[in-house]
Design a protein around this ligand. Structure first.
Ligand SMILES: [Zn+2]
Length: 375
């Protein structure tokens, strides 16, 4: 984010829920931060549903996510150029002006082809099992597994093109399948052996050598579907996004995405990677910690104020976790800025945001569900 010494730049942020399941407390905290930041800067907030991750996407989750956002009091701005959705159920469920990634697949494929022609991709025939077997140390399931370069130099660019000439990439018969052997393959992005840096507004300067540290990444899966890393970069670029607020578990992905920005010569947005919400065991809030779905609070007929108060307190914006509506919180933070109380900041102070994960204690959650939190 900017401060007063910089000329004002139009801020465009985004909410990008993935409807692979219910939205939880952790999602709410990130959405609240993204919303506040954009609103305090007088910017525009876009909504994009990241629904290309089939079969993990649950159709009911799109509807529920939109209800959760309405309930939280977090609004967004429609894209002026949008005139509605294409065929299917989209129009019934998703309002115009909301981007659905499933409606943009041909755009992603266009950019995938461009990377392929530029020699940035190579076919990878490895299964996850192969990669695990090649990795020296045992890995946890949720741990990032560095790709061991097995297929990196197996096939040269001249050999890639012959079986790429025919058919569109969405044609699963030609795409993701080796014409000669019929073996399925994914496309991997050939990462560079150079340092990539970005100045995160929450976490400070981040630096990595993507190939060495994270390894080459999958940009199109063996089922022919474009992977998240490409879709998110193309979308953010085309939406004109200038500020990305998301969980800090995505920092390794950011280096990959910066490589894609670089490959296309696009200017990346500013990044604010915010700490995750974890359970008392230090692990990301999930089913094992009980029912922490936002819909569970809604189901009890409760408003979002107690949850929002708890979250605002966890961000250091309230002296105690008192119930508060999103607009009231925005008003308080905006007044801080105009009174000069916050060192003439015009925005939420990212540097002050605690960098450690926010621990959701069982007693806190129970109090939110009972409607008794914050007195
Ligand atoms: Zn491979």
């Amino acid at each position: 984010m900017t401060n007063n010494s910089n000329p004002p730049t139009p801020c465009i942020g985004r909410l990008a829920p993935s409807p692979t399941g219910a939205q939880h407390v952790g999602n709410a905290r990130t959405y609240l931060l993204a919303w506040l930041s954009v609103r305090l800067q007088g910017g525009q907030l876009r909504l994009r549903i990241e629904d290309i991750d089939s079969p993990r996407v649950k159709p009911w989750a799109i509807d529920e996510t939109l209800e959760d956002l309405h309930w939280l009091g977090l609004d967004w701005d429609s894209m002026e150029t949008d005139s509605g959705h294409g065929e299917g159920l989209s129009d019934a469920i998703v309002p115009a002006g909301v981007w659905l990634q499933t409606e943009r697949v041909s755009i992603y494929e266009h950019y995938l082809q461009a990377l392929l022609r530029a020699g940035r991709l190579y076919p990878c025939y490895c299964s996850r099992k192969d990669i695990e077997a090649a990795a020296s140390a045992p890995h946890r399931e949720d741990q990032l597994l560095r790709y061991p370069d097995t297929c990196r130099d197996r096939i040269g660019p001249s050999e890639i093109f012959p079986h790429r000439q025919s058919g569109r990439p969405s044609d699963e018969k030609s795409f993701g399948q080796d014409a000669a052997s019929d073996r399925p393959f994914a496309w991997r992005f050939r990462s560079q052996d150079e340092v990539i840096e970005f100045d995160d507004l929450v976490c400070g300067l981040q630096s990595s050598r993507p190939h060495q540290d994270q390894g080459d990444f999958v940009i199109a899966k063996s089922n022919g579907h474009v992977a998240y890393q490409l879709a998110v970069v193309v979308d953010d670029h085309q939406m004109g996004v200038t500020e990305v607020v998301r969980g800090d578990d995505l920092i390794p992905s950011t280096f990959w995405q910066l490589e894609i920005y670089r490959a296309f010569g696009w200017t990346p947005p500013k990044f604010c990677h915010v700490p995750l919400v974890v359970g008392p065991d230090g692990r990301r809030v999930a089913k094992r910690h009980g029912d922490t779905r936002l819909s569970e609070i809604r189901r009890r007929g409760l408003g979002p104020e107690k949850l929002l108060g708890e979250l605002a307190f966890s961000c250091g914006w309230l002296e105690g976790p008192r119930p508060i509506a999103a607009l009231e919180l925005l008003d308080i933070l905006a007044r801080f800025a105009s009174d000069g109380l916050a060192n003439t900041r015009q925005n939420a102070d990212w540097q002050k945001l605690p960098r450690h994960p926010y621990v959701l204690w069982e007693s806190t959650w129970r109090a939110i569900l009972d409607g008794t939190a914050g007195g």
